[in-house]
Design a protein around this ligand. Structure first.
Ligand SMILES: NC(=O)c1ccc[n+]([C@@H]2O[C@H](COP(=O)([O-])OP(=O)(O)OC[C@H]3O[C@@H](n4cnc5c(N)ncnc54)[C@H](O)[C@@H]3O)[C@@H](O)[C@H]2O)c1
Length: 355
């Protein structure tokens, strides 16, 4: 099959892990890679995905080939493998807008070229590089920059995967514009492959399936990458808390006292993310159930597994003449799609689409 040509908006930790995942697949196209939920989606293997360009604003990345940009100081995700055919894809400048507001401004120096970049440059580059799918992996809270990328993709007729919790797919106006233009829009906020939300919602669904009544719950997350640094600022993390609440509601949690979100930056954890989740519930004869779990994962590879599915869904949907938001398929891939589903239903819908 023709390769799926992907551009990355934000050459950060998620982008780095995703690029490594595609490199691993390209090196051995028929291998069943750990963590890849579906070897093919619409006939596309992960080996059929290639990164052709990236956009960033960091002076340590802009103007460099991808392989060198991912050695920048802001990258903390583990290097498991070297990049393959994508290593020479260029990192192009993008308008900074609100991308580096908050704590990130202290650790990332914007490239001079980013100051001159315009949304028109971004749309033009998407056409020039013949991009099929744009993966938006910008810092949470940078709603203006994220929306700029969505509009540039729309102008260029390029499908969008919104990894961030900023509302694109949940925005009815934007959804309609993508549908009318015949362009696919997938989002919002990646549901990590095996992360805090996946575990938390699975436990909630299990308890509810046993007729147990939930009383209260929390999910606290700490980490040490730039995503957690950024999210330590309450002005940047509001959309992440809202997105996680949407995920718990889709799992069936209603009228329950619950809090879930990023709760601290601990630099030495780097790309390690630690989640503490607690659930209290009432069972037979009013007897109590308490669950307290700790989950430790590497944050960015967890995102890569889902991006690997989402880009293939984006291209397959385009091939099939679909456009706008795909309600059933997105429920497995994102925490906060317009219409969430419990995991079991979401997984069946995704596998049905993929086959
Ligand atoms: N497991 C996960 O890591 C995970 C899961 C779900 C959602 N997400 C979301 O994915 C997004 C990306 O996460 P990350 O860990 O890769 O973050 P990151 O901080 O490693 O990367 C963000 C990148 O965006 C760049 N950037 C900032 N402003 C820009 C602009 N205007 N134009 C282009 N690039 C710009 C930064 O320089 C940086 O390279 C975040 O919104 C995060 O919440 C991540």
């Amino acid at each position: 099959m023709e390769p799926i040509r992907v551009a990355l908006a934000g050459a950060g930790n998620c982008a780095w892990s995703f690029s490594q995942f595609t490199a691993l697949a390209q090196a051995n196209p028929e291998a069943r890679l750990p963590g890849l939920m579906s070897h093919t989606v619409g006939g596309y293997r992960l080996a059929d995905v290639t990164v052709v360009a990236a956009f960033d604003v960091d002076a340590a990345k802009v103007g460099l080939p991808l392989a060198e940009a991912f050695a920048a100081p802001a990258i903390s995700a583990t290097a498991f493998t070297a990049l393959g055919t994508d290593r020479d894809a260029p990192v192009l400048p993008a308008p900074v807008l609100d991308g580096l507001e908050g704590p990130l401004g202290a650790v990332v120096r914007p490239a001079a070229a980013a100051r001159d970049a315009t949304p028109e440059h971004v749309a033009k580059a998407l056409v020039e590089y013949d991009v099929d799918v744009l993966v938006i992996a910008l810092p949470t809270g940078s709603s203006r920059a994220i929306r700029m990328f969505a509009n540039a993709a729309l102008a260029a007729g390029v499908a969008v995967v919104n990894c961030t919790p900023e509302e694109l797919a949940r925005d009815a106006g934007l959804r309609r514009r993508f549908a009318e233009a015949g362009v696919v829009l997938l989002g919002d906020d990646l549901r990590s492959h095996f992360g805090a939300t996946t575990l938390h919602t699975a436990l909630i669904e299990l308890l509810l399936s046993r007729g147990v009544v939930l009383s209260d719950t929390y999910q606290l997350n700490v980490g040490g990458n730039t995503d957690f640094l950024n999210l330590a600022d309450a002005r940047r993390s509001a959309s992440k808390f809202a997105s996680k609440a949407n995920a718990l509601r889709a799992a069936g949690m209603a009228d329950v006292d619950g809090v879930a979100g990023p709760t601290g930056y601990i630099g030495h954890l780097a790309d390690t993310k630690v989640c503490f989740a607690s659930i209290k519930a009432t069972s037979v004869l009013g007897s109590g159930i308490e669950i307290d779990v700790k989950l430790t994962v590497e944050d960015s590879p967890n995102a890569a597994g889902v991006i690997a599915n989402a880009v293939r869904v984006g291209k397959t949907a385009t091939d099939r003449g679909l456009s706008g938001v795909l309600d059933d398929v997105t429920a497995l891939l994102f925490k906060s799609p317009p219409h969430g589903l419990p995991e079991t239903e979401a997984r069946a819908a995704f596998l049905g689409f993929a086959s």
